[in-house]
Design a protein around this ligand. Structure first.
Ligand code: CA
Length: 495
């Protein structure tokens, strides 16, 4: 049917049709922009708004601006706590077993459905700048400039649709921010709403901060976590056999830059050993890690300031998150991977003027499978049935649906692999966590752990064998099986 026939059939006047067209355009123009700020390995413990042992240090005054103006999620989790799989989930809205990115190795199928392709089709301009850690050409972005693989802290090189760019003598946090601001200033089509993804490399290992932050933090003494000297006695094989301790795995040279003059002098003068050496390593790790965070926060501030200066803040949703959490010495660890709290959980904060009530907190169970659908919902774009999360927009508006999820599925695959964390899957509710370690490196191929998070929030003692827990464990096993079916986890991937 052509336009003339349509008008005839509906009896609609040309003027009315023109008005309808105009209405659509006006609506499109009012659709909110989205700025997605994403760090690599930023543990929620190192964000002021989350409180905890660094609360008084004022590490993140700018990220805390998002908390004050918007909503802070206290129970946001990932489905697979490692870089590339988390990013694949961010783009696809699917768990690893369906998007194909199970671990940090191997490729990513860019041809599959991803939220940005749908946004683009629905009139959004899309841009991705920084670390994505998915080899191959990005699809669905009008502009992309991404670090190859892990990328470098200094002298970063980027891949673009046109080739390569390199920024000699510069720090990645600074360059990623500048490129994002440059795109907002020069690359953006002011007639379209936009989705800008700013993905910092920091604070990933080996924690190379910008010099002004390094200098400012060099003599700071940080509070230690209660579990720094954990001996894993209450847990199974996986916690004992991992390779991610500050004591044994963290390297004096490569990680802690022990050759730097001040550090070298300290080590030579004091010759710390045993617990003293672990304490020194922890302090040095935190100085560099938290200085990286301070750098990211400073640059988040520059992006927020730009949006305000240009009046873009009024119709832009700004979100901050990380690809997963991280151990900042809890259980004596660094790194991530485990379904235990600090790596399973990830920060998530969002501000949206006029929609999200300022200074609010949300305690619902949300997961990184929800982000893609949330972006589409904000844009008023259709959400494919194949995506596995739920839009967070109702939560952002302070209205949790009655049928919101009460449990989360988790699955980590990369073993044998870096840090030797055994494969495991599990289910968590607000109260309980059931973990099933399986496969190579696990005695008899299967080992279960169970935690009552109310009585044991630090997950120090599995109560899987306690008689009075068996009823809860049976319920959680049923729930695990239900989630495997609900998320369509192939049985072949749980052995
Ligand atoms: Ca990461």
């Amino acid at each position: 049917m052509n336009r003339r026939d349509f008008i005839k059939m509906t009896g609609m006047s040309v003027a009315a049709l023109a008005a309808a067209d105009y209405g659509l355009c006006a609506e499109a123009a009012n659709r909110p922009n989205i700025v997605w700020l994403f760090a690599d390995d930023h543990g929620y413990q190192a964000i002021g708004a989350y409180g905890g042992r660094f609360e008084k240090e004022n590490l993140t005054p700018n990220i805390d601006r998002i908390a004050r103006a918007g909503m802070t999620f206290d129970r946001c989790y990932v489905g697979n706590s490692i870089c590339a799989p988390s990013r694949a989930t961010l783009l696809t809205g699917k768990h690893s077993h369906l998007n194909g990115k199970l671990d940090n190795r191997g490729g990513f199928n860019h041809d599959q459905q991803q939220f940005q392709k749908i946004l683009q089709k629905h009139g959004y301009q899309t841009a991705m700048i920084g670390k994505i850690h998915l080899a191959g050409k990005m699809q669905g972005f009008d502009y992309w400039e991404v670090l190859p693989g892990q990328g470098r802290y200094w002298n970063p090189q980027f891949l673009t649709a046109a080739g390569k760019t390199v920024y000699t003598g510069r720090h990645s946090t600074e360059v990623i921010t500048e490129r994002a601001l440059n795109w907002l200033e020069q690359g953006r089509d002011a007639d379209k709403p936009f989705m800008l993804m700013v993905h910092f490399k920091a604070p990933h290992r080996n924690w190379q901060p910008m010099p002004h932050w390094k200098e400012r933090f060099k003599d700071r003494v940080w509070p230690e976590p209660d579990t720094l000297f954990d001996d894993y006695s209450g847990r199974g094989t996986a916690a004992h056999k991992q390779s991610m301790t500050i004591a044994r795995t963290m390297r004096l040279e490569g990680d802690l830059k022990a050759g730097e003059p001040e550090r070298k002098a300290y080590l030579e003068a004091h010759k710390p050993e045993g617990e003293d050496l672990i304490r020194w390593k922890y302090q040095t790790y935190m100085r560099d890690y938290l200085a990286c965070i301070a750098g990211v926060d400073e640059h988040v501030g520059k992006i927020l300031d730009y949006l305000t200066e240009k009046g873009l803040d009024r119709n832009t949703v700004v979100m901050y998150s990380s690809d997963q959490g991280f151990y900042l010495g809890e259980h004596g660890w660094f790194d991530k991977r485990f379904m235990y709290r600090e790596s399973f959980r990830t920060p998530f904060l969002a501000m949206w003027p006029g929609v999200i009530p300022a200074g609010t907190r949300n305690g619902e169970l949300v997961q990184n499978i929800d982000f893609a659908e949330t972006f589409l919902d904000i844009a008023g774009a259709p959400i494919p049935d194949a995506m596995q999360g739920r839009s967070l927009v109702p939560l952002l508006k302070g209205k949790t649906p009655d049928d919101w999820r009460t449990s989360l599925y988790y699955h980590y695959y990369e073993f044998p692999g870096a840090h030797a964390v055994r494969r495991h899957e599990g289910v968590a509710t607000a109260r309980y966590k059931l973990i099933r370690f399986y496969g190579p490196g696990v005695p008899n191929g299967e080992e279960w752990e169970f935690y009552d998070l109310q009585n044991d929030p630090n997950e120090m003692k599995s109560v899987y064998r306690e008689p009075d827990q068996q009823k809860h464990i049976a319920g959680m096993k049923t729930e695990l099986q239900r989630l495997r079916e609900f998320y369509r986890v192939p049985a072949s991937q749980t052995r």
